[in-house]
Design a protein around this ligand. Structure first.
Ligand code: G
Ligand code: G
Ligand code: MN
Ligand code: NA
Length: 256
């Protein structure tokens, strides 16, 4: 509860910020970035999202916090659109279930894009399988996604393989991408089961005409193994940690 109050105050005082982690093509070109929320508390220093996001979700504070993320990301995306170094990049934004379930979620995304003049086709929303748990909400999920997708917004299914989504649901959703959870990438080279799972997710994506990105790639050998399976995009410490935007833009200048 103390932390919840701190989140409220932190939002008012502007203590939150976004870091960005590169997303790469198989040819090692930067294709985009994921926005990751950071909190710089004046006394306690950096507090990790693993600590405060669950609290924000339990208290409903994820709504104002998520709204701040969405607006800040759209503002950044609009800036990227004005800069030849970054105008081709997509920006991926994490969306909590509670945020997506807001009746006016699609309108909020549209308003944030419009307010800042960001290109909808450069915005990617990362949703999780927990969105698919509730049968009764399926129509609502599909209609919000379809509405946003019609404007160019794309959807990636984050942490894929760790949840409970059925293939029947997966088939119905207007998704663009599966994101292989880092738990399968970590031991890819030593655990044959993780290796099989990663390969299976990649071929599932291919057969469903979805793109696929692997997260948590730390070693060139992991990237190579995933590439052998047909993976098209990568994210992880191998290419860069989540970083402030001031560090990201100069990286785009020189060919890597
Ligand atoms: O940022 P880190 O790299 O430590 O992320 C930890 C967790 O917090 C991840 O599960 C990530 O998806 C989540 N997370 C990071 N930023 C956001 C955000 O802006 N919104 C939501 N809902 N989750 C986020
Ligand atoms: O759940 P989500 O995928 O949104 O969150 C991504 C999380 O993974 C963040 O906490 C981010 O800091 C972390 N991360 C990103 N790349 C790597 C990596 O290569 N290795 C590890 N261990 N964590 C990573
Ligand atoms: Mn994510
Ligand atoms: Na993830």
């Amino acid at each position: 509860a103390a932390l919840a109050q701190d989140i409220r105050v932190g939002l008012q005082r502007g203590e939150f910020l976004l870091h960005y982690q590169l997303q790469m093509s198989a040819a090692d070109l930067v294709i985009g970035a994921e926005a990751l929320l950071r909190w710089q508390h004046p006394e306690r220093g950096g507090i990790s999202p693993g600590e405060f996001i669950p609290v924000a979700e339990d208290t409903g504070l994820i709504l104002p916090l998520g709204q701040w993320v969405l607006e800040s990301a759209c503002q950044e995306l609009a800036r990227w659109g004005q800069d030849s170094r970054s105008s081709h990049l997509t920006l991926a934004v994490n969306i909590s279930v509670m945020q997506f379930r807001q009746p006016d979620f699609a309108e909020r995304v549209e308003a944030a894009l419009k307010q800042h003049g960001a290109d909808p086709a450069r915005l990617k929303l990362e949703i999780t399988e927990s969105l698919l748990l509730d049968d009764d909400e399926m129509e609502d999920t599909i209609s919000k996604m379809t509405r946003l997708q019609a404007q160019g917004v794309s959807f990636s299914l984050d942490d894929f393989g760790t949840g409970y989504s059925s293939l029947a649901y997966l088939k119905k959703l207007p998704l663009d991408q599966l994101k292989i959870d880092q738990s399968f990438v970590r031991d890819l080279l030593t655990d044959p089961q993780d290796c099989d799972i990663a390969r299976t997710i990649i071929s599932l994506a291919q057969s469903m005409k979805l793109s696929v990105i692997a997260e948590g790639v730390e070693l060139p050998e992991q990237k190579q193994r995933l590439a052998d399976f047909g993976c098209m995009a990568y994210q992880g410490y191998l290419f860069g940690r989540p970083m402030p935007v001031e560090e990201l833009l100069p990286l785009l200048e020189a060919p890597r």
